[in-house]
Design a protein. Structure first.
Length: 109
């Protein structure tokens, strides 16, 4: 009977621990960030061509927070103006702190 309780308690602690976000989850958050940047008035449009996740590390000072670094490349399309501007390629390094809220990854404060 003790073994059963020990195994049950062990399963509980394993299920409560937070695994780091996967590359796909980090890429999704970065893609959403660029979509939000494109949604502003007169912001133009950011087309992301490639995202490379460089690192995912656990934050030492905050529980369940992971610091991510991603390299992003793509094209920025300027909004329509009186004088047209050409599209510009861009390359960024994005740093995000992601925290598990119980259902999904969100950006941490």
């Amino acid at each position: 009977m003790r073994l059963f309780y020990f195994l049950l308690l062990g399963c509980f602690f394993v299920s409560c621990s937070t695994a780091p976000p996967t590359e796909a989850e980090v890429k999704q958050k970065v893609e959403m960030w660029y979509m939000q940047e494109s949604s502003g008035d007169g912001a133009g449009r950011w087309d992301v061509n490639g995202i490379t996740v460089l690192s995912v590390t656990k934050d030492d000072s905050r529980k369940d927070v992971f610091n991510t670094v991603s390299a992003v490349s793509g094209t920025r399309h300027h909004p329509p103006l009186a004088e047209a501007k050409p599209d510009e390629p861009f390359a960024d390094t994005i740093r995000m702190a992601l925290q598990w809220n119980g259902a999904k990854w969100v950006t941490a404060e």
